[in-house]
Each structure stands twice: as C-alpha cells, then as structure tokens.
Design a protein around this ligand. Structure first.
Ligand code: 13P
Length: 256
C-alpha cells in the first residue's frame, strides 16, 4: 500500500556535473523499467542542475541535501527552497544526522525548514536517529520520541502525511555496521505508533519510513522485507550505478 522509496544521498561526493552525469548515464537504463519504487537522487548543490537535466523524462526524481527556511535575502551560503523548486527539485533532505552533528542543526531549525518546504509543496525526507551511546544506554526510543515531537511540531495530519521519515541510526551510517532487520523494524514500528498517537491512523498508514545506515546490495532485501520499512536512504552504495540498482531491485522484490 505504501510505495517504497529509495533515496541516493551522495553527500559531498560526485559534485561536478561530469561525475554526476557519468553515474546517471549508467543508472538510467538499468532502472528504466522500475515503476513500483520511487527513486530519488540527491547530489550536491553544484551538480543539481546537470542531474535534473540528465534525468528529464526518466523515472528518476531529484532532491537537494538541505535548504534554508527563508525565501531570499542576506543569508550568505544558504539555499532558498524557491531556487530548488524552480530548478526542478522534487525533494529535499532535512535534518540529516551529519547536519545535526557537524553543523549543529537543532530540531527547532529542522522544524522551521520543514514547515517552509511543506508550504511550498516541496517533498521532504526528514531524518531522525540515535547515537551509539544512546542506544547502548537504552535510550533509543526516548531520543526518537523527542526528535519526533520537536521536529514535527505543529504539523497537521495533511502536512504530516506528505513527509517521508528516514530512520537512520547514527552508529550505522558509513560504518558498515547495519542495524539488523529486527532492530530497524522495532524502531519503525515505534515511529508508526508515534504517528498514530500524535496524528491519526490514516496518516500513520500513509507515511513512508525509510531505513538508512550502511544499506548494501547484500543486506537490502532482508531489511526492506520488514512490514514497516518502506525503502531506504542510501549513502555509500548509491555512488555506483550497479550497487544502487541492486538496492532498488531489492526494494522492488520486497513489495508487501
Ligand atoms: P551510508 O549508506 O553510507 O551508511 O549512509 C547512510 C546515510 O547517511 C544516508 O543518508
């Protein structure tokens, strides 16, 4: 009932137009028959324009890795959501753990960005997830609930149902250490319960929750098969067309 969504978050890689298009030219023919999975490529800002041009008339959508909550003005170094829309971006990632940890983005800031994106009709992938120390001290659900309530503060059901949530346990990002399908599913179920509690059952059924953290072709299918996991946000394995294609195929074969 929920269409799986695979995001390829390139982070600060393949940021030149030639690097981006070289990868995309391999990916486009591989995925051209896949219609049951949403595919979103999220390159650095410097490769957005060439990526959008390259995927025109294909089944690949494009997202940005961040945005600011203001539309224009004296905000040196920031990117307006209006620029992203005009360019042809369909998605924006908000609150990635690297933005939260390295660039000190707070739940409050992510909430402002989210409300702005929603008001402009930009689709969002909003990331939440716990640190290793938080997991090891048994605080995962407490952390997730806190991020959930502050990041999604003051959203109504209609707004919330448009959000894609990415559950990315920080200890699994770029470490090669994936959450087991059971560990991931446990938190996805918990997030869906939070959706039911804070919104309504319909919203909880609609919202897609992706898993992110060292997804690879070899582990993707077991993770995506879980009932509450609606695809993934992929870092390292999204940089090569072959491995991203295999992850997308895993999402297609795991459709519930
Ligand atoms: P990796 O797949 O490289 O662990 O990155 C996950 C991630 O942060 C996607 O946003």
């Amino acid at each position: 009932m929920r269409k799986p969504i695979i995001g390829g978050n390139w982070k600060m890689n393949k940021g030149t137009p030639s690097e981006a298009t070289e990868m995309l030219k391999k990916l486009i023919p591989l995925v051209k028959e896949i219609n049951s999975v949403d595919i979103v490529i999220v390159p650095p800002f410097t490769a957005l324009y060439s990526t959008i041009e390259c995927v025109q008339n294909t089944n690949i959508m494009v997202g940005a890795q961040n945005m600011y909550f203001e539309e224009k003005g004296a905000f040196t170094g920031e990117t307006s959501p209006l620029f992203l829309k005009e360019l042809g971006c369909k998605f924006v990632i908000l609150g990635h753990s690297e933005r939260r940890d390295i660039f000190k983005e707070t739940n409050e800031l992510v909430n402002k960005k989210l409300k702005k994106a929603l008001s402009l009709g930009l689709n969002t992938i909003v990331c939440i997830g716990e640190h290793l120390e938080e997991r090891e001290t048994g605080r995962t659900k407490e952390i997730i609930e806190n991020q959930f309530s502050n990041t999604f503060k003051d959203l109504n059901n209609e707004e919330m149902s448009k959000v894609v949530i990415a559950y990315e346990p920080i200890w699994a990002i770029g470490t090669g250490k994936t959450a087991t399908p059971e560990q991931a599913e446990e938190i996805h179920v918990f997030i869906r319960e939070l959706l039911t509690k804070n919104y309504n059952k319909k919203t909880a059924d609609i919202v897609r929750i992706q898993y992110g953290g060292s997804i690879k072709p070899k582990n993707a299918e077991d993770i995506f098969k879980k009932e509450n996991i609606d695809g993934g946000l992929v870092g390292g394995a999204s940089l090569q067309a072959d491995s991203l294609y295999e992850v997308i195929k895993a999402a297609e074969t795991s459709i519930k």
